[in-house]
Write a protein that binds this ligand. Structure first.
Ligand code: SAH
Ligand code: SF4
Length: 354
């Protein structure tokens, strides 16, 4: 087998089998890497041109009932200073976002059941009443089919729920008292209800092998999410994984490029975690096929409390209010900022008959 041939196959057929993907991950040299990135970029250009979509991220609660070993806001981290935004504060973030030109809001938080379905429905309805054209995306973890349905009916259109890792064994090690089966079922339920769904995984979590990463790629190819969040694992000082090594920029970029080749129409964020490990991480991600950025729209005084990992960016070029800095960096990298809804193109074809 030759790495370049597999990349060419991925480019032409948007597919490769387990052995081929593993061969790429195990044998990619610098020249192959450049080629992979080039091909991934071409596929993105074919599907989305050089547009980068913007989403405003509102981190509305850092209370969480779960204990994911890697996460700084896990329930057992007694050092985390907890906060919840009120409905009014969330709406203020949305107002600011709309004024700045952000048409999609991602409401993200820990699994916080203070925010009951009724509370979420009320927030979603208020946002949609005021800004019917704008999009509400949720990222609030696992809930029942009926909860997801109620929130969809209230007007939420997209949902981000990373599968985290497609290896059941690794999933179980990282997520005490959780069920891999339920996580996957949640993703299926979200799709069935009609959400545009985002899956995704971390790169470089302890004990993760190239075989595991291939499992992630194959899972994504089969599940076909509309969006896919990929970022490096970054240790947090108050978690059980505090002494572990984090994921690298290089490996994350490779995974972004491979996902772009396997899922040409996926919306692929250059994540905050990527921007946090390298000052040009975002730009490098975009050049390898990413086409979404999610600047922070949370109130400034809570931003450092939503600390999933150490060194998480939330100000300067990462902040929604600094739109000009973000836009100029994207333009400098050779791309254009698009502030429309930014739907997945295959979802659009299916749902809007174009
Ligand atoms: N509670 C929700 C959403 C908030 S967490 C959920 O878990 O789905 C959002 C994402 O942050 C997670 O999916 C995880 O992939 C990522 N994350 C958490 N801790 C991290 C860390 N230490 N390094 C990198 N990413 C992390
Ligand atoms: Fe909670 Fe999400 Fe962090 Fe897990 S990753 S502890 S569910 S906020």
């Amino acid at each position: 087998m030759i790495v370049k041939d597999i990349i060419n196959k991925l480019y032409k057929e948007n597919n490769a089998n387990k052995e081929e993907l593993l061969f790429v991950l195990n044998n990619l040299n610098n020249e192959d890497k450049e080629y992979l990135i080039e091909k991934a970029n071409e596929i993105r250009i074919d599907n989305y041109g050089n547009k980068v979509y913007m989403r405003g991220l509102i981190e509305f609660t850092n209370y969480c009932s779960k204990n994911c070993l890697y996460c700084g806001i896990r329930a057992e981290n007694k050092k985390a200073e907890r906060y919840r935004l009120t409905e009014e504060q969330i709406l203020e973030c949305v107002d600011l976002g709309d004024k700045l030109g952000y048409k999609t809001y991602v409401l993200q938080g820990g699994e916080d059941f203070y925010f009951t379905d009724e509370k979420m429905v009320s927030i979603i309805k208020k946002i949609k009443k005021k800004y019917p054209q704008n999009v509400v995306t949720l990222s609030i973890g696992e809930r029942s089919f009926n909860s997801y349905k109620k929130m969809f009916e209230a007007g939420a259109e997209r949902f981000l729920l990373r599968h985290e890792t497609a290896s059941k064994e690794l999933y179980n090690k990282l997520h005490p008292n959780s069920s891999f089966k339920n996580r996957i079922q949640c993703l299926k339920n979200l799709k069935k209800i009609g959400y545009q769904v985002g899956a995704g995984f971390m790169v470089g979590i302890p004990e993760q092998t190239n075989e595991n990463l291939v499992e992630d790629l194959l899972f994504l190819k089969e599940f076909k999410p509309h969006m896919c969040g990929i970022g490096p694992f970054i240790p947090h000082k108050d978690t059980p994984l505090k002494n572990e090594k984090g994921g690298t920029l290089e490996k994350t970029i490779i995974m972004l490029a491979l996902v772009r080749l396997l899922l040409p129409e996926v919306l692929l964020p250059a994540t905050t975690a990527l921007g946090s490990i390298d000052s040009n991480g975002r730009e490098k991600g975009i050049k390898a096929g990413a086409n979404v950025v999610m600047p922070n729209l949370s109130p400034i005084n809570v931003r450092n409390k939503y600390s999933l990992y150490d060194g998480k960016l939330s100000i300067g070029d990462e902040a929604a209010e600094c739109k000009i800095c973000i836009e100029s960096r994207i333009k400098k990298a050779g791309f254009t900022v698009d502030i429309c809804r930014g739907d997945n193109v295959s979802w659009l074809k299916e749902h809007k008959n174009i």
